[in-house]
Design a binder for this molecule. Structure first.
Ligand code: NAD
Ligand code: WQD
Length: 346
C-alpha cells in the first residue's frame, strides 16, 4: 500500500525530557502534529500534562527505546512523520566518564537505528541535538560553526562528535535525506507558565538547577567552581540560552528542511545568545531577578571545565532568521518559578 508521508507530523525522540517537552510545545503552537517516543529513562510522563495544559493538545506518546529495532519498526510502520527531532540521549558528562559503554551504547545505537529506519521508510528530515561540547577548549572565541572541533574530553562529547559525523555521512549518501545539527550552548530556564521545566534526577550537575535547589533549601550551599580563570571576574564564561528560545530554533530548522530552503543537505548551526556570562554574574543575576540571597562559596575548579565558551550566532541569525529573545533576568525568574512550583513553595 502506498504510504502518504505527512510533512506536518514530527517524531520527537526524547520528547518527554527537558528540551524535548519545550520543543513539543513550540511545534504544536506552530501547527505541527507531534509524536513523542521516549523510554522515560530520564524524564517523567507528567511533562505531557504540562504540554497539554500549555497548548490544549496532548502529543501522541509511545513509550519505547530508540535502540530497540522492533519497537522502532512498529513506530515507523504506524506513523507517517516526515521529520524527526532526535533528542533521545544520555547527557551527564561526569557519568559518561565513569560509565562510557552506557553512553556509547545508548547515544550511538539510538541515532543509528533512527537513521536506518528513516532511510528504509523514506523519511526526509532529521534534526540532531548536538552540543557546544564538540568545540572543547576552543583557541578562538566566540566559536563559529567553522571553528575546528577539538578532540572530545568526555565519552559524552565523543558521542556528539561521532553522531554529527554519522549524520553528515548518511545524508551525503542518501539524496532524499536532509540533516541539521543544532549545537546548543547552555540551555537554562523553564516555560514561563511553569507547567514544564527541567527535572534533574539526584544532585544536579548543571549550574542553574543547583542554584534553584539551593534557593529552595534542598542544597545547603552552591559551590562556584573556580575564581582564578583568566576571565574578567575569574569565574568561567558560558553562553546561557533560554530553553524556549532554543525550542523555537527547532521549529525554524524543521521549517527550513520541510520547505526545501536548506543550502546544503547537511547543515550545522550554533544556538546560543552570543553573550558570555560568568558564573558570578549568573548568580548575582539570579539574586537580583528573584529578590533572593543565595548561599554560595568559592570552591576549587571542576575537572574538565573550559574557562570560556560562547557562540557566534551569525549563521543562525541570518540563515534561520532566529534570534535569542528572552532576557536573562526573565529566564532566571522562570527557573525559580518552576522550582517553586514543583516543590509546592510560595
Ligand atoms: P533529557 O534527559 O531531559 O531528555 C532526553 C530524553 O531522552 C529523556 O526524556 C530520556 O528519557 C530520553 N531517552 C534517553 N535515551 C533514550 C532512548 N534510548 N530511547 C528513548 N528515549 C531515550 O535531556 P535534555 O536536556 O532535554 O537534552 C536533550 C538532548 O539535547 C540530548 O541529546 C542532550 O545530549 C542534548 N543537549 C543537552 C544540553 C543540556 O544542557 N541540557 C546541551 C546540549 C545538548
Ligand atoms: C556551567 C558553569 C561550571 C555547577 C554542560 C555540559 C555541556 C552541555 C551543557 C550537554 C561552569 C559552573 C556548575 C555548580 C558551578 N550539555 N558551575 N557550580 O559544564 O558549561 O556544560 O552542560 O551537551 O556539554 O558540559 O554547564 O551548568 O555544568 O556549568 O560553579 O554547582 O557553572 O564550572 O563554569 P557546562 P554547567
Amino acid at each position: 500500500m502506498e504510504r502518504t508521508i505527512n510533512s506536518k507530523m514530527v517524531l520527537v525522540t526524547g520528547g518527554t525530557g527537558y528540551i524535548g517537552s519545550h520543543t513539543a510545545v513550540e511545534l504544536i503552537n506552530a501547527g505541527y502534529e507531534v509524536v513523542i517516543v521516549d523510554n522515560l529513562s530520564n524524564s517523567d510522563i507528567t511533562s505531557l500534562d504540562g504540554v497539554e495544559r500549555i497548548t490544549g493538545h496532548r502529543p501522541t506518546f509511545v513509550e519505547a527505546d530508540c535502540c530497540d529495532r522492533d519497537a522502532m519498526r512498529r513506530l515507523f510502520e504506524s506513523y507517517n512523520f516526515d521529520s524527526v527531532i532526535h533528542f533521545a540521549a544520555f547527557k551527564a558528562v561526569g557519568e559518561s566518564v565513569a560509565e562510557p559503554m552506557k553512553y556509547y551504547r545508548n547515544n550511538m545505537l539510538s541515532i543509528l537505528t533512527i537513521l536506518e529506519f528513516m532511510c528504509e521508510y523514506g523519511r526526509h528530515n532529521i534534526l540532531f541535538s548536538s552540543s557546544a561540547t564538540v568545540y572543547g577548549d576552543a583557541d578562538k572565541l566566540p566559536v563559529t560553526e567553522l571553528t575546528p572541533r577539538k578532540p572530545a574530553t568526555s565519552p559524552y562529547g565523543n558521542t556528539k562528535q561521532m553522531a554529527e559525523d554519522i549524520l553528515r555521512d548518511t545524508v551525503a549518501a542518501n539524496s532524499s535525506l536532509r540533516g541539521i545539527a543544532l549545537r546548543y550552548f547552555n540551555p537554562i530556564g523553564a516555560h514561563p507558565s511553569a507547567h514544564i521545566g527541567e527535572l534533574p534526577r539526584g544532585v544536579p550537575n548543571n549550574l542553574v538547577p543547583y542554584i534553584t535547589q539551593t534557593a529552595a533549601g534542598i542544597r545547603e550551599c552552591l559551590s562556584i567552581f573556580g575564581d582564578d580563570y583568566p576571565t574578567p571576574d575569574g569565574s568561567c564564561l558560558r553562553d546561557y540560552i533560554d530553553v524556549v528560545d532554543l525550542a523555537r530554533a527547532h521549529v525554524v530548522a524543521i521549517e527550513r528542511m520541510t520547505s526545501g530552503r536548506c543550502k546544503c543537505p547537511y547543515e550545522v548551526f550554533n544556538v546560543g545568545t552570543g553573550n558570555p556570562v560568568s558564573v558570578m554574574e549568573l548568580v548575582r543575576g539570579f539574586e537580583q531577578a528573584n529578590g533572593i540571597k543565595l548561599n554560595y562559596k568559592i570552591a576549587p575548579r571542576r575537572a574538565g571545565d573550559v574557562a570560556a565558551v560562547w557562540a557566534d550566532t551569525t549563521l543562525a541569525n541570518e540563515e534561520l532568521g532566529w534570534h535569542a529573545e528572552r532576557e536573562l533576568s526573565d529566564t532566571l525568574r522562570s527557573a525559580w518559578l518552576w522550582e517553586r512550583t514543583i516543590r509546592g513553595l510560595k
